[in-house]
Design a protein around this ligand. Structure first.
Ligand code: PBG
Length: 340
């Protein structure tokens, strides 16, 4: 930087303030021409929580505007999402029954598998990503199988790979393992390839932190652990170099898109991951980030719409190519109105 400008920065130039940054800020057309980062509807992924039964649209108390939806209501929601030009949804399922083996997760007639088939039938153009984890399906709310108070890695990974395969067989377009167990991307890649799904991409939650920002999600997905926490598999918030090792490992194992999660408190990680690997990079703007903005806006303490757009833009500026966010519909509507 110094070398590039030193020719121009003579004492005279400084005195006469030749460089006036405000010149390009004076009007909106100017500002829009020099804007370095822009948010697009194409960047957005909308999360959905799917429950059994029919005609269910149950508000999630800690996430205003977010609902648990039965499959028929999910179809309506997907039609709306598609009409807003949002390219993708990510699905979370709440099963009829939970058990120690998370059997609802890899049941070919499970809640998510049925939902995928229904969405594909009614809104075929919408890209379906599925969250692959056991926590919504285990009776104890942990992401894997437990023995003697330890969350087992390899045994859980086997079930997680089975779960991913049933999602693919039901018609999912992409699977997104969110468990953070070791070796799961490889296991999923192998089982998908062995069953003819060589072209189905994996978006791995590669650097996922043990975060308090998931609180409202666990209400929505009914997946709070009944005891203990997720610190034996999710990352320690103090670590940054380790995130690069996690991401590198997932790429080696076959991840096509790598995700950092949460987004806002980890913008530095998004930036490092993007710069280091130059991979398609996703960020998850999680439930707690959403809830904070909604709550402050409800109180009239901030301008909710502007803070939402600034937040999403900042996640992109940090290096994310796509953002999973509960704001997707609102942001897409705003972006559309701005164009019209
Ligand atoms: C695990 C999963 C979680 C989220 C996405 N996938 C919760 C967890 O790890 O406890 C959190 C998303 C959010 O907070 O919005 N299946």
């Amino acid at each position: 930087m110094k070398n590039r400008t030193s020719n121009y920065v003579t004492p005279d130039a400084v005195r006469s303030t030749l460089r006036r940054f405000r010149r390009l800020r004076m009007t909106e057309p100017l500002r829009s021409m020099v804007r370095e980062t822009e948010l697009s509807t194409n960047d957005l992924i909308y999360p959905l929580f799917i429950v059994p039964d029919e005609k269910i649209r149950k508000p999630v108390a800690s996430m205003p505007g977010v609902f648990q939806l039965s499959i028929d209501e999910t179809i309506k929601e997907c039609t709306e999402v598609h009409s807003l030009n949002i390219p993708a949804v990510i699905l979370f399922g709440i099963p009829e029954h939970k058990d120690e083996q998370a059997s609802g997760a890899y049941d070919e007639n499970g809640i998510i598998q049925r939902a995928i088939r229904a969405i594909k039938k009614e809104v075929p153009e919408l890209l379906i990503i599925t969250d692959v984890c056991l926590c919504e399906y285990t009776s104890h709310g942990h992401c894997g199988i437990i023995k003697d108070d330890v969350i087992l890695n390899d045994e859980s990974v086997e079930l997680i790979a089975k779960e991913a395969l049933t999602h693919a067989q039901a018609g999912a377009d992409m699977v997104a393992p969110s468990d953070m167990f070791d070796g799961r991307v490889k296991a999923i890649r192998i089982i998908l390839d062995d069953n003819g799904f060589q072209n189905l991409p994996i978006m791995s939650y590669a650097a996922k932190y043990a975060s308090a920002f998931y609180g409202p999600f666990r209400d929505a997905a009914e997946s709070a652990p009944k005891f203990g926490d997720r610190r034996s598999h999710q990352m320690d918030p103090g670590n940054s170099n380790e995130a690069l090792r996690e991401v590198e490992q997932d790429i080696i194992e076959g991840a096509d898109i790598v995700m950092v999660k949460p987004a806002l408190p980890y913008l530095d990680i998004i930036r490092r991951v993007k710069e280091e690997f130059i991979m398609p990079t996703a960020a998850y703007n999680v439930s707690g980030e959403y809830a904070m903005i909604k709550a402050a806006a409800e109180k009239g303490w901030i301008d909710g719409e502007r803070v939402m757009m600034e937040t999403l833009l900042s996640i992109k500026r940090a290096g994310a190519d796509m953002i999973s966010t509960y704001f997707a519909k609102e942001a897409a509507a705003l972006l559309r109105n701005n164009i019209e």
